[in-house]
Design a protein around this ligand. Structure first.
Ligand code: BG6
Length: 477
């Protein structure tokens, strides 16, 4: 049975981030970002005080998108993408982060990239800060704990809004802002050295980020007519491990730890439950006069979110202050990826409904993807049925969410081309529809090769999703 569910102007696309793809980490005036000094990824890896000569850092070359973007954009266009999400590397524009004037060569790179996308009718969707704060802002200022970051960020935002106002309409301020709790270095550029002040630092940094997001939204609307500024969260749903009310309520509280960010950014005020948390943990968030009005006045236009998996939670597991990412308990009803991430397509429908009911603002699925091993067979092909199966199941659930009444702007597959894993720094955790010849140690020709899923995603886009509802989808390829 064929179904026509996806809106006519649905933004089908792909998403990447500058630090996981561009490479050219110190070319054309770019300064180092936190990612350029991290080994083994942002979840378990460590941040060096400075970049050590001869040491392998995956972001330094990544997949060399900086020099190969034309070839890659042509592949995205061949797939029929309507939009493409990437981030601007802050330290390409402001090498240290606190300069007053920008680096022209950095600005020129994104002009060229956006022109290349627009040449094919691909709408750029831009994240202003995706886990790649200039390293100097961490080392000199202590990252987002420091209020001065608001000024540096708004200065940077104003420069890029003015420069790209004719080219970029869809923006997001901070990638996965709720990860301030789990991976504060990536999301908040803060090195948590003191256990005792950890929560204090996280909430203070969160407040600065809320003010910066609101000010960026204000500027974005003033400078770019018809622009849209999104909040961006990682929204893995939380399931209670049992129907024991303790598990149920704990899971609810853990969920609120994430939704705290969208509550503030989309509704414009601190929710009441925050008061209790701050009191219990003795947290004093410093605010300046006018902050709360700014947050109230300039809320996000849409909610962008990443969705990969669900998490199963049991009472007693940490809710606040557990850094390093949460995997949760085993869910016996779900299969897992090669990296142990539960595959839960229905969870995507659940989250869409959950957040649409809560905010009634448009949703944009800006990351969803399958990271797994790929093999090149004797004929030189990559038959990635598991990736296609993941894609199909999630899109079918997304279509259900649309039928449930959720307003969904678009869907961008995470890593339409293989990129460096943010969490582990690996290349072999592959998400792409396009294979990149590179291994975890940095060896390889960087040659691009289409996988079976490349042709499939093209068909999905060409038919505006209708092909998903035909029988035996995967076997048809
Ligand atoms: C999200 C990030 O958390 O998940 C991406 O926004 C990241 O940057 C993606 O790449 C997948 O995670 P990983 O660790 O598999 O790269």
């Amino acid at each position: 049975m064929s179904k026509d569910v996806f809106p006519k102007d649905f933004l089908w696309g792909g998403a990447i981030a500058a630090n996981q793809t561009e490479g050219a980490w110190n070319e054309d005036g770019k300064g180092p970002s936190i990612n350029d000094a991290i080994r083994n990824g942002i979840v378990g890896g460590s941040l060096d005080n400075e970049i050590v000569d001869g040491r392998y850092y995956a972001s330094h070359e990544a997949i060399d998108f900086y020099h190969r973007y034309k070839e890659d954009v042509a592949l995205f266009a061949e797939m029929g993408m309507k939009c493409f999400r990437t981030s601007i590397a802050w330290s390409r524009i402001f090498p240290n982060g606190d300069e007053t004037g920008p680096n022209e060569k950095g600005l020129q790179f994104y002009d060229d990239l956006f022109d290349e996308l627009l040449k094919y009718g691909i709408e750029p969707v831009i994240t202003i800060s995706h886990f790649e704060t200039p390293l100097y802002l961490v080392k000199k200022y202590g990252g987002w704990k420091n209020r001065r970051l608001i000024g540096f960020f708004t200065n940077y935002s104003e420069v890029i809004f003015r420069r790209y106002k004719e080219k970029v309409k869809y923006w997001m301020a901070f990638n996965e802002v709720n990860h301030l709790h789990t991976i504060p270095l990536a999301a908040g550029a803060i090195e948590l050295k003191n256990e005792e002040t950890k929560l204090q630092d996280i909430y203070q940094a969160s407040h600065h980020i809320f003010v910066a997001s609101a000010l960026a939204t204000k500027m974005c609307h003033e400078i770019i007519p018809n622009s849209q500024m999104g909040a961006m969260l990682s929204l893995s749903p939380i399931y209670p491990n049992t129907c024991n009310p303790d598990d149920v309520f704990d899971a609810y509280e853990l969920r609120r730890r994430s939704l705290f960010y969208s509550d503030v950014l989309l509704r414009g005020y601190y929710p009441n439950y925050t008061k209790r948390i701050w009191k219990e943990y003795n947290i004093q968030v410093e605010m300046e006069q006018g902050d709360e009005e700014i947050i109230k006045q300039y809320t996000a236009d849409y909610l962008g979110f990443s969705y990969y998996r669900s998490t199963t939670h049991q009472a007693g597991m940490p809710i606040l202050g557990n850094t390093g990412g949460i995997m949760g308990l085993d869910n016996p009803y779900l299969e897992k990826t090669d990296w142990g991430w539960p595959i839960d397509a229905k969870g995507l429908r659940y989250v869409c409904n959950e957040v649409y009911d809560r905010y009634q603002k448009p949703l944009f699925i800006v990351e969803n993807g399958y990271g797994g091993h790929d093999e090149i067979n004797e004929e030189g092909n990559i038959i990635d049925d598991a990736r296609m199966d993941y894609l199909n199941k999630h899109l079918i659930q997304l279509s259900e969410a649309i039928e449930d009444g959720c307003e969904i702007i678009g869907y961008t597959w995470w890593g339409p081309i293989d990129i460096v894993s943010a969490g582990t720094g690996e290349m072999k955790k592959r998400y792409g529809f396009v294979y990149v010849d590179k291994d975890n140690e940095g060896n390889g020709t960087l040659e691009r090769r289409k996988k079976k899923s490349f042709y499939w995603y093209k068909q999905v886009i060409d038919t505006n999703g209708k092909v998903l509802f035909e029988d035996k989808l995967v076997q048809k390829i």
